[in-house]
Design a protein around this ligand. Structure first.
Ligand code: ASP
Length: 360
């Protein structure tokens, strides 16, 4: 699906603009702005005017908010690297004009987009906060209003010398601000849908907003510009192991001619079958130049391939550990590193090096 952003940025609170912090709200779609089609009963995306009409509180917030939206807001299941680049470009083109950015996004693939943006926006020095909701904003019990308003407040928030409180790509959901590339959608039901199992929250929101300063990444170089990188390689696949997976299935996936990278979702601390057909298939893909990354199916904890023989054999076959990265952060990082033209060896090395705090 091709969508292009509306080019005119319009201000919700123009009269306040000169004195207040400025935030650009980028509306890409998701449940937050959807309405239920009475004929089909299905939630469908609507435009931004519809969304803001349900949040009159936006005019009271002490932030000058401007907005820009995808011409056709989308369900985040339709997000692609093309859309990630569109969001990144909007941020880059407006970077100097705003103190922070809020990206309204569907929850389903929010963790992927947040991870991708964190790699794309090298040397980011301003907040980019993704949020959305489980219930549309027009529904009485919506979780969208609080998510939206608090995300805007945090994107605008700065310390006494004017430095932003959280100059990172984050996900804000239900009173927790999470590092975007550590976040995961864990519930299709609860309002509290996101967690970052292997990294503490960057802020907890109750009566007050309490930032965990020692967990936030602050820029080392203040006077260097944002360095955007937009390319992703899509010649990758995720292969989730399960007891009984057949050789034919594994072989068919690994034999895809254009294949450049595989994220192998393994058991526990990075373990897989020790049957020789399986290890031979993996080793042969690695010899052909395919990057194979080992990520755990567990929600938290990390891959340690030296703990068991079952993991150690993968190591010997040339598989690279994803450490404590989420699957979302791993697949997007693999696509990103390959997209930057890196060789198999370079990707292997850089996979274990943090780009934006996604790995310990
Ligand atoms: N399917 C929706 C989306 O990801 C779900 C949501 O926004 O919560 O766009």
């Amino acid at each position: 699906m091709q969508t292009s952003p509306v080019h005119n940025v319009f201000a919700l609170t123009p009269s306040k603009a000169p004195t207040l912090p400025r935030v650009l709200l980028i509306y890409t779609g998701g449940t937050i702005g959807m309405v239920r089609n009475p004929q089909t009963g299905v939630h469908e995306p609507l435009n931004f005017e519809h969304l803001v009409s349900h949040v009159p509180e936006l005019s009271q917030i002490k932030v000058a908010v401007s907005t820009i939206q995808f011409e056709q807001p989308i369900d985040s299941s339709n997000m692609t690297p093309h859309h990630w680049a569109m969001i990144a470009r909007i941020i880059v083109e407006n970077y100097e004009k705003y103190d922070g950015f809020v990206v309204l996004h569907g929850t389903d693939t929010m963790a992927y987009t947040a991870s991708a943006l964190s790699y794309m926006l090298d040397n980011l020095q301003k907040p980019v906060i993704l949020t959305g909701s489980q219930l549309p904003i027009g529904v009485l019990r919506t979780d969208g209003k609080e998510n939206l308003i608090t995300a805007i407040e945090m994107a605008a928030d700065h310390d006494r010398i004017g430095q932003p409180m959280v100059p990172e790509v984050c996900v804000y959901f239900q009173s927790k601000l999470l590092r975007g590339n550590r976040s995961k959608k864990l519930s299709a039901e609860e309002f509290n849908a996101f967690r970052s199992p292997n990294y503490p929250a960057l802020a907890e929101i109750g009566v007050h907003i309490t930032y965990a300063h020692h967990h936030i990444n602050y820029p080392r170089e203040h006077n260097t510009p944002l360095r955007p990188r937009y390319s992703f390689c899509t010649d990758v696949v995720m292969l989730k192991l399960f007891p009984g997976i057949s050789q034919m299935m594994v072989h068919s996936v690994l034999a895809i001619p254009s294949l450049r990278g595989v994220v192998l979702e393994t058991f526990g601390a990075g373990n897989a079958m020790t049957e020789s057909w399986f290890l031979d298939e993996i080793a042969s893909a690695v010899r052909r130049g395919v990057v194979v990354i080992n990520v755990t199916q567990c929600i938290d904890g990390m891959v340690e391939m030296s703990t068991y023989d079952t993991g150690n054999r993968l190591n010997k076959a040339g598989v690279i550990s994803a450490g404590d990265m989420t699957t979302e952060a791993t697949i997007t990082k693999l696509m990103f590193l390959l997209g930057q033209g890196q060789s198999q060896e370079e990707v292997g090395k850089n996979m274990l090096t943090s780009i934006a705090g996604e790995i310990d």
